[in-house]
Design a protein around this ligand. Sequence first.
Ligand SMILES: *Cc1c(COP(=O)(O)O)cnc(C)c1O
Length: 229
Amino acid sequence: MNELNYITHQEIIKNFTDIKERIIVAAGKADRDPGAIKLIVVTKKFNADAIKPILDLGHCDFGENRIQESFNKWPNLLEDYPNISLHLIGPLQTNKTKECLKIFNTIHTLDRLKLANALDKEINNGGVSKKIYAQVNTGLEEQKSGILPKELDRFLDDTKIMNSFHVTGLMCIPPVNEEPSLHFSFLKKLSDKYNLKDLSMGMSSDFEKAILFGSTSVRIGSGIFGTRG
Ligand SMILES: *Cc1c(COP(=O)(O)O)cnc(C)c1O
């Protein structure tokens, strides 16, 4: 894990406060309630020392993209800050579902039926309910995970039989070289069509646009902690 000594706690707090302010402004422009937009602070590749100032401000929602890294970092913090809610925003292997469910509250990256079945089984065993969103590959990118838009209908239908959870939201990561608004408006249309309330979209570079198109969770890392080494 990188030790990013060049960003101070004061700078982290300032960045965090600025982002919160920008969320409020963007919500205002979209005529939306800022309270309906969750800020998920993405802490991948940043260590406990960098995260502490934000925890001490009382912030609760944090995102990670790797199970192993999350287990190295969060169990101790979860003891000290029991109100933390952890979001998995990276790919999940079927053989890691049990571990994943031990510390994550929301999974943004359900992308195949095999994983849905594994999660259903483990959530039933563990007895703790979770929020689960389906990741949609809106850019039809081969290297990116996510359900293809044309397969979403069938996928959502197939997951209706799961008795431990229902998919309540959609998530996307727009292709890097395309206008993100097109992807955000497309995901919003899909969420309306299927009546899914949660929309996880928007990162440091494009979260204001995502809010304009109805995002309910923005996932922000570098905008708070600086660039990842
Ligand atoms: C890393 C990551 C983010 C945060 O990206 P920044 O550009 O650092 O804000 C958001 N979503 C996902 C899925 C990520 O992997």
